[in-house]
Every structure is written in structure tokens, then in C-alpha cells.
Design a protein around this ligand. Sequence first.
Ligand SMILES: [Zn+2]
Length: 94
Amino acid sequence: MTAPGDRAAALDGNAMAGDLREIFAVDVTSARFMCAGCTHTDAVATLMLWHQAPGLVARCPNCDDVVMRVVRAPDRVYLDLRGSVRLEVPLEGS
Ligand SMILES: [Zn+2]
């Protein structure tokens, strides 16, 4: 298996701390998702939310595929974004 790029030049995940802090400090409901099932794109606020489960299950309003899951535990939150190709998060001042 070939490594993508030059591994010696790679940084560890701590190098993303500033960028991720900026992204996750915003209201994510205003971010735009792209559904992995049908490529439908819209604001996270438009997802259909099922909340009668141990966690929250957000489905695509176009194809009903699961786009994201959020499960709260006493000391952490699990965020599953497998159903989303990407999240587009607008930054303040842009
Ligand atoms: Zn979809």
C-alpha cells in the first residue's frame, strides 16, 4: 500500500486545532450538507430529524438516507457524518 504524499512532511492532527476550533464554534445548522446518497445539498436546518432514539438521526429531505447522527453520552458527544459527503460551514465576516 502506498502512502498518500510524503509522510515525513506530514504534521499530526494537532496542526488542525485552530481551523477546527473556528469551524465547530459556529451554529452548524446554518452549514450546508451534501448527502452521500443523492448529492442533495441544503442547510443542515432542513434535515428531517428523528429524536425518539438514544441519539438524534438526521435524514436527507430528498432521499431519506441518514446524513448524520448525534449521540450524547454523559461526558462526550459522538458525531457520525458518514452520510454526508461534506459540510460547508460559513465563517463569520465572510
Ligand atoms: Zn439524499
